[in-house]
Every structure is written in C-alpha cells, then in structure tokens.
Design a protein. Sequence first.
Lengths: 582, 582
Amino acid sequence: MSPTEPTPSIPDPAASDAREPFRHKWWGWGAEGARFDIENRPRLWPWILSLDNQTDEIPARLPEPDRASIRLRSPRDTDAFRTALADVLPEGRLTGDEDERLRHAFGRSFRDLVRLRTGDVPHPPDLVAFPESTEEVEALVAAAVAHDVVLIPFGGGTNIVGCVEPDAEVRPVVTVDMTRMNRLVELDERSGLAVLETGMFGPQVEAALRARGFTLGHHPDSFVYSTLGGWIATRSAGTQSNEYGKIEDMVVGLDVVTPTGRLRVKPLPAASNGPDLKRLLTGSEGTMGIITRATMRVHPIPEVEDYRLILFPSFRDGVQALHGCVREGVMPSLARLSDERETEFIAHSRPVATGLERWLQKPVKAWLGLRGYDRPALMILGIEGPRRRAEHLRHSVLRILREHGGLDLGRKGGEAWKESRYDVPYLRDYLLDYGFIGDSFESATSWGRLEELHARVVPAVEAACQEVTGRPAYVGAHVSHLYETGACLYLTVGAHSGRGYEHLEAEYDAIKAAATRIFVEEGAALSHHHAVGYEHGPWLGAELSEPGVRLVDAAVSSLDPGGHLAPWNLGPTARQGRSGSP
Amino acid sequence: MSPTEPTPSIPDPAASDAREPFRHKWWGWGAEGARFDIENRPRLWPWILSLDNQTDEIPARLPEPDRASIRLRSPRDTDAFRTALADVLPEGRLTGDEDERLRHAFGRSFRDLVRLRTGDVPHPPDLVAFPESTEEVEALVAAAVAHDVVLIPFGGGTNIVGCVEPDAEVRPVVTVDMTRMNRLVELDERSGLAVLETGMFGPQVEAALRARGFTLGHHPDSFVYSTLGGWIATRSAGTQSNEYGKIEDMVVGLDVVTPTGRLRVKPLPAASNGPDLKRLLTGSEGTMGIITRATMRVHPIPEVEDYRLILFPSFRDGVQALHGCVREGVMPSLARLSDERETEFIAHSRPVATGLERWLQKPVKAWLGLRGYDRPALMILGIEGPRRRAEHLRHSVLRILREHGGLDLGRKGGEAWKESRYDVPYLRDYLLDYGFIGDSFESATSWGRLEELHARVVPAVEAACQEVTGRPAYVGAHVSHLYETGACLYLTVGAHSGRGYEHLEAEYDAIKAAATRIFVEEGAALSHHHAVGYEHGPWLGAELSEPGVRLVDAAVSSLDPGGHLAPWNLGPTARQGRSGSP
C-alpha cells in the first residue's frame, strides 16, 4: 500500500453497526477481508529464505482454517441464569450462538491463532452477553453470583496472554462483550477530562474525541481492534506513551461493577486519600470487577505531528542518544530504536514506496558504509504537541540525536510508518500460513541494565530457536516507551521448523520461555504492556514476591469472594499453570 | 532574616549525631532553639490587629508549655517483647524513656500542638524502638506478632492528621522510630535510581544525593523534619511536584517488612504485571508494613534554579495563566498562586528585605493601582532543570503569564522565598502563643471546578471562623501542584477567639469540618498530600466508596492479619472516628 492511502486495516468508526468493522475474523487478526499486502513487499521472501541459506523456495502453504470442521462442545445448562436476565437482556444480546462462542473463545496470541487453525477449542464460553449500560452489567454480575456463573469481561479480544480465555471449569461461563458500551458520555474541555464507556474501540475513542478537538493519544499496535476497557484491565501502552503516558497514567477515575457493589474511584488530578485504588484496578485483568466507565485525561489534538526516520551507526549509539534526550528532559513523543538486526528486517519487510528501499540500493549503501552506517540501526521518531512546545522538542531532540551520529532520513519514511503502523500483526498470520512462528516478547528495565539485557536475551532466544527448530532464526529487538529511569525492550522473532501446525505450540512455548527466563533473571519486567494472563502466570510469584501475591489475591477476594470474574487470571490458577493451555 | 543568610531552620546534615538536628522540640515545630523571627516582620501584628479593628493591642501571651507538669501513664507490661528482642536491639534502642515516649506520642497537627501545651497526652507509646537495619525491623515485627504488641512506624513525626498517634488500646504500643536507618545504599547514576533507607530526613536525602551530583527534588514544607518513609506512607507532595512528581511518582521499587513476610516491589521503569503494588503501599499510612528501603527516581542537580515573583491583576487572571501553561505543555517547575487575600497576608508577614515590602509603599502601590494591580494576586514561580530545557521553559512560561497580565517582579523576592520556604510552620506555633488558630486545609480538583471550589470554600470557612470565634478571621488560599487535569487548592486560615487553650481544639474542629464538608460536596480530594489518619478517617467511606473501603481493609488484612501495624489508620477505627481524639 502506498504511504498516502489509508491502510485497509482502519475501518470507519461511523459505520452503521459501530462494532462490526472492528471485529476480527473468527480465525485470525483483522476483519474478514483484510490481508497482509505481500505483493508490495518483494524483498521479504528472498530475505527470509536467505536466513538459513538452505533453500530458495517458499515453503508450502499450510491448510486453510476450516470453520465447518469445528464443533464446539454443547453449552452447559444456563437456564436459570438466562431466566433471571430475561427482562434485562433481550433476545440476541445473551446468546449461545456458536459463531459468537467461537469468536469469544480466545484472544489473539500466537497460540490462539494456531489453535483456531487446528480447531482446538476445548473451553469456549457457554453464552455471550452484550450489555449496553452499567445497569445491565450490574444485572449480569448479580445473576452470575446468584446462579454461580463465571463471567469474562471481553473487549476487542486482542489479548495475547490468555486473559479472555475460559479455563476448564465446571460452572457455566459467560463472556461479557462490552463493545456495545461505546459512547463518549461527557467531555470537560477545560479540565481535559473525558468520561468514556469502556467498550469503545480505539478508532471510536479517537473519532468521538477528535470531533470535539481532543485526543486520548493511546495507540497500541492493536489500536483498531482493542478497547478502552481492555487497555485499562491489562495496563496497555501506546506507541506515543512517552508523550501521553501508559494507560494507567491516563486513568483519572473509574466506575467498576463488582460482585459486592459499584466501586467508584473519584476523578481527581491527585490525592492523598489512602492507597491509589485506580492503580489497583488498572491491571486487574477482569478479576476485580467489570470496568464500565473511565474518566480519562485527554489532550487537544496536537498542532504538530512530525514523524521521521533516523539512522544511527549502531544500536548502541542510538541508545546513548535516547539516554541523552532523557537526561536533558526532552523526551520525544515516540522513539522506537531497532537494533541492527531488526533494522535489516524492517528494510526488507516494509512496503515499496515507504522510502526505505532507497537505503538498500547499492550506491546509497556504499555511501552510508563509508560514513560508518554499514550496519545501521533505524529509529522511528515522533514529535507531537502544541506547536511551540513541539518545535522546541524537535529542535532539541534532533540536536541530541545528531550528537550521537543520528542521520535524519526525513519525514517521508516516518509518515509511511505512521500510515501502516497497525499492519504489523497481519504479518504474523501471513507467516503462519507457511508454518512460521512470528511473534514478539517484551519487557522493561533500567537504563543501566538495558544494553546488558539486550546482549543476553537476543542470543538466548536465537539459541532457543535453533534448538527448537534446528535452523537459524531471526531475532531482532527495539527499544521503545522511554522513561526517565529506563525503557521497554521489545524482541521480534521469526522461526521455522517446517514441522507443521501440530508442533508449533510446543516450539513457541520453548522459545517464549527462553526469553521470559532471561527477563526474570535480569530483574526486568515480566511484561511491560501485555499483562499476565496464563502465559506469564507461573512467573508472577517471583515477580511480586510472596506477600505481594497474597495482597493481589486478597484484593480480588474482597471484591469477588465467589470467584465469578475471570477467576483464572492473576490468582492461584494462573500462577500454577492453567489447565486450559493444553 | 535576610534572604542571603541560610535560614536557621535548616541544620547541617553532616552533624555528629545525624538524627538530632532534625528532631523537633518536644512541644512544637522545629529544633529546641529555633523560633519564628518576629522582629524582622514589623508589619505582621498591625495587620493582624487590623482584621477586626477592635483593638490595637497584641493579646496576652498564653502560658509556656511546662514539661514538668506532664506525667505519662505507666508503660504496659512489655517484658516478653523486650526479652525476645534482647539480642537484637541493645540497651537504649528499645526504650521506655519518658522523654522519648512523649516525643513520639503525637505528630505536629494544630491539635497536637495544643495538647502538648496543655499536657493532654492520653495515649503515649509504651516503648520506642530505634532499629538500624531491615533485619532489626523484621525482628521487631516478628516479636510484635508473637507477643501481640502494636507497632507504629514513625519518621520525623510531622504528620498533621494523626497517623503516628496511638489510639486507646489494650495491647502494648511500641513506636518504631526509623531515623537511624538513614543511608544512601546505592546510586545507579545512568538510570537515575537511588536506593535509600527510609529513615532519612529531607536534608539527609539531599546531602547524600547532592554529594554525588543528584537530587530527589522532593521539598514539602516539612522537608527539614520529615523523612522519606513518612513521605511515601502518606503520599506527600513537594513544592516542585510539577517538575519531579508527587512522591508516588518517584517511587520505583520498595522493600517492606510485613507481619507475613518481606514484600519486595521490583524496581521497574514500567510494567504490566498485574496491579501496581507500589501504588497500594504508597499511602498505606503504616498499616500494611514498615517500608525500610525505597528505590527512588532521582535527577542530576538542576543547572538552572530560577525563582521569581509574579504579580497578577487578580487571582482569576493567575489561574487562567496557569491553565494556559498546562495547555501549552509547559508546566513551570513550581507555581504557587495566592488569591488576593493571601497575597495581602504574604505582603504583611514576609521578613523585611525580601523585596516584598517595596510593593506596599505608597508610590509603588499607586503606580500599580493605575495599572490594574490595586488588589493583586502574587505567584511564586520556579523554573528548574537542565539549562537548555529550563531556558525554553522560562521563556515560554513568562510569555504565557505576561499574556494574562503577569508582571515579573524579578528574582530577588523569589530567592528570598526559597531561602525561607521551610519557615512557615513556625508561624503556627508563634501565633498559638497568643491563642490564635493558624492552619491550612488542602484539596485538589479539576481545572473546570477549581474556581468554583475556591469561591465556595473560602467564604464557608470565613463564616465558620466567625461563628466559632465571634470575630472576623483571615482565610486566604493558593493554587499549587499543577496537573494536566487540575491542581491543588490550599487554604491558609487565621482565627482568634481569645478564649484560651482549652477551647482551641473544638474551635479548630468546627472550622476544619467546614472546609472538609465543602471539599467532599464539590467532589474534590479529601486531601491532596496530607493523608487520612484519624482527622480525615470519618470521610474515607464516602471518598473511596463502599467496595473501595473493603478493598483497602482486605489489602491490610492480607499483610497484617493480626492488626499489629498502626491499626487505627485507614481501617474501621479511623472511619468510625478514633477514641484517641478526645
């Protein structure tokens, strides 16, 4: 796709049924028709095939997922629960429809994609509910308690660690799809505060706010298909988190329906009124209550949005440059610095006409090589904000980057990145068609430990891939999400055993475990922005310490004593390893 | 005192016994010899006396506090507890000494000062412990659990809401004075992370860090006499919180000794590993554990520290100017904007040679009056940081302030303010010598509600003072601690009934309740930075909502099931009203 056309992955938020455009196809990422644009990426396959030099033939496509072959187990008896809600949720908004059950059976982790393709759906929900108001959510929760039903709050279903997936469970399970609660309730322009229903998808949040001159500024890679409530429940981070904060920094107030009543966190700019409860509910992964409304900090639409590409002689130079920005107190709104290996991947995987291919041409490469950029590291740089502030920021940041060898490649490539920034997850599905594991693992650590972590974890994951697949793999990394004391380190991985779908999950598990082990050993974060779920659950005890885990359990029990809300997340089931992951 | 001399209230952190210089006299604010410098404030009494125009005579001084008249009740039996700790804490570091018990009986609220002067000390601790290591704190906590003793973590004892005060209690009570744990343990310069023991007083924190080129940047009014652990336990805010954040924004990791084990919050720049536990422990007011070490975000010593005074035609103009700064994303490091009334108070109460008296002289006043500054509002403005950033900030902020009528009075008055900024609490003691209630009440609210809150709460407190004392009182306010969505509103109050010590507490309670009632009605914070304790306890249920209160109780119980740590804070006793407040 060209950088000036809108990418096909962003539907129109004003479409007639506001939820539909943002719903995934049943078996993968993105809407039914959306696909990865391989035609425009002629360098990708040759580069992939060059990685192990054993063949120059693209592997055979694996079988297409077959909806007809999937038969979900019969729903459990939910008659009493349905009767209790008969006057609340009309026909169609509390449904046992098999397509809906399948759509809500998984998130969109790599394993979820594999299991959907192989028809391995052991624990679908028995019903799916579509409430349209906080009162309806209260009725759902009350009925769940009365009839011993388990509820799973569900936003866009993009979670990649199992947060929305039912586990083996004797009680009936009802997924609560929040996406019909998608209104901007109130906007206080002077305070920069918006009350939003949490079922809004990213494009809906932005469309509603931008119509009034505001933005939330939260743009995770999942933006198009994820919701405000999901972001809050999992402590999500958007690409411009340097400017606008992680989602937990944006939450000012919350309305949460819990099995023991409505919990309201007053919207306050700051307070000293005991522990900050909104920081406890943010990251609760559905276990403490269903978040129905959030008062969010919003910003006037930035007057400047300047995105550009910067080339560094090395990853190390780029890290020094970012640290220099942090030290001078001039944090770029976005900075995503790839290491040399990921830079190579990007150069070969970006669409034609992004401006990047120019840097692969021989004369340009030669020119760059002579100047020390023979194995460069690429940075995507974003500067946003009110004009005067942004101009000062751009000037200061570019000066610091130059001092560390940063070569400004200009705005064309930056704009191209911005236009297609939500396309990355499609690549994972595309590669999976050919039996590739493609995924990302992320953490966060201090500036003092960042380079050492990078130097340890990349070879460890490379070695795990080699061991698991018997072949060399691609493992690259980038630094993004800057903080005064450290940053996020984000690995991108591609590996291929050629052994077919049935081996992929075990192969993936081994590779992922290699990454997580290093993160934990190095004192880095278990995750920077992808939550715990069951994927990180077994590591949670070490992460939070024994009393910390007890504290979380007590918090959950105080609000949901009967375990009626996503009881497999955070708690003992997650920490001991869920049975749900076969 | 002159603006260039160091104020006598900041002792030398390198003094031989590092704790001593920062300890309060037993009956009031500040070290034994420190006193409010009235000689240098010739305009103060005439202005006070002009408030109700009934007399031009300074009221009689009330009796001096008399240590000899205070006899504490006999300590309860702590033999078993002491025996258990005999090998851990040597003689003198676990003591029943009456002077130490008295020093640790109260914080420094207005009521505490009155009670010390009247010898009303109903619930002193039975023992005071002075641990020097985390292991000693663990031994104390273990012995408390084993022998059913209640512990109160105690830093500098400046708390003004009762957080360090024992309540009526059948169990023995031991105050744990943390001020011997006062070392900088580790400094990671590249990450800007310092591991600090929590018993460090403000000047010790800054001396240790500045010797290595760093600063924490936390300067509450209590700075000289309060500790890192106290700041964390109560969600303190320093004057430069716009630049460096509230204390909860600075905490990166925590080590906490709880009755159920050592809780460690890993130091991470950001994470998505479930609820953010450090935000739950920050603000725990001693109830969840004893915080022994904290990993704090620190900053290179700012290259620029530019403090100046700005005059606005009105409070409203100043508020608009601050909102303008926030909207342009250029937050001054410090901005304290007084309303017209507080400006008058400041002009009459600041020492000679601060530069402020010039503006009271007739020709200058006339000149100002002609230009619309006849009833002006004064702002203290601070710009700090790395040179380039600070220069841009100063330029931008001064431009915006000018656009709203801000008149730059220059740096002389700003430097004078900075030099004497920790002197304010001494005024409270001084006025109390003459039977005056002098105190401050603070909250926080959104920009959209700030002016309305100011317009309601100031007259309400004035009316309460008039009703309680039968005389006109002084009630002023300032805005400080700016956030994108709102700010702190801080009232300063002076009232005088002339009825003597025995009436002051009831008078104070009525005035304080009038302020709190409006804060709560307006949806503003119960407190912005002074914690809950027993003073705000009865309002906590409304503040956090019913499930929120249950959540806090569950968190406390999970870590301290036996209620061995400051059990009167946050929990049911605080919310129902402590018996400890007579």
